[in-house]
Design a protein around this ligand. Structure first.
Ligand SMILES: [Zn+2]
Length: 283
């Protein structure tokens, strides 16, 4: 009888390299964790020589790896990322870190809008909300952590500048989503995260609310980094930012309603920001 295929054999399954880029000149990977380079055609120069001091995490949101790599690497799609982390933990590099990959799109964080110029983009293979949104395998999470730790070390990335695509583009994006284990990353020294405050009954701020409490909420979200104006009106944009905040920091309930747990968690995060940001303001 034949033994079933072991995970280690599956792990060595060849990468589905898109035909259009077979034979393309490759490059030396920036991280020693990279098992394959699949050079993307989609990149440019970072604006004004801006050095990346931020990491943006994504999910691929496509049914399979083949489609995701083709989309991220072939011309005409206008999208790319520096790294792709497969479900089996393999790390693929598509764009050199010195170059500007096209992963964030229209986005904003801590007052900056050209997020592609100031960040490194990591795509995590996961089908996403539109295709059943499976949990992220432990092996894949471990690879994301190891990859991020290397980048943080090499580039001195502050913890609060490791964010999700939904954090920088809350009106458009859900990735990597509420199933992404930010707490596991934080336990391993990657990113800024605290245990969320318990959900309790009480007063809430929600779509239609107005006044100083709403303005204070908007100011707090903006102080953390979110692109939001302090209008004092809980409008659609505010609901979207609260939703993004919950996906990252209070994932037990993602409803766009600023309840006490959301507010307490936000304030605790601001209070626990690294001293550098607290003393220098938004960098
Ligand atoms: Zn994304």
């Amino acid at each position: 009888m034949f033994a079933s295929v072991s995970p280690d054999i599956k792990r060595r399954r060849p990468l589905p390299v898109p035909k259009a880029i077979v034979g393309m000149p490759t490059f030396v990977p920036d991280s020693s964790l990279v098992s394959d380079t699949v050079p993307s055609l989609n990149f440019g120069d970072r604006a004004k020589g801006r050095q990346p001091d931020m990491i943006v995490l994504h999910y691929t949101g496509m049914p399979d790896v083949e489609g995701a790599l083709a989309r991220l690497c072939t011309s005409g799609t206008e999208v790319s990322a520096h790294y792709v982390v497969l479900e089996d933990g393999r790390v693929v590099q598509c764009v050199q870190e010195s170059k500007r990959a096209w992963h964030a799109g229209v986005a904003s964080w801590a007052g900056e809008e050209d997020i592609n110029s100031c960040s490194i983009g990591i795509e995590i293979v996961n089908r996403g909300h539109d295709w059943g949104y499976p949990a992220f395998p432990l092996r894949q999470v471990a690879a994301v952590i190891a990859l991020c730790r290397g980048i943080i070390h090499r580039r001195d990335i502050p913890a609060h500048r490791i964010v999700g695509h939904s954090d920088v583009a809350p009106a458009r994006k859900k990735d990597p989503g509420e199933k992404f284990p930010w707490h596991s990353l934080a336990d391993s020294g990657v990113g800024h995260w605290i245990r969320p405050a318990p959900i309790v009954a009480g007063e809430v701020l929600k779509t239609g609310s107005e006044g100083d409490d709403v303005r204070a909420l908007q100011q707090s979200l903006a102080r953390y980094g979110y692109g939001i104006k302090a209008t004092g009106k809980f409008d659609t944009a505010t609901m979207e930012v609260v939703t993004a905040f919950q996906r990252h920091f209070r994932p037990a309930k993602v409803d766009g309603i600023a309840d006490q747990s959301t507010l307490t968690t936000l304030h605790a995060l601001l209070d626990s920001l690294p001293a550098q940001k607290a003393s220098n303001g938004i960098r």
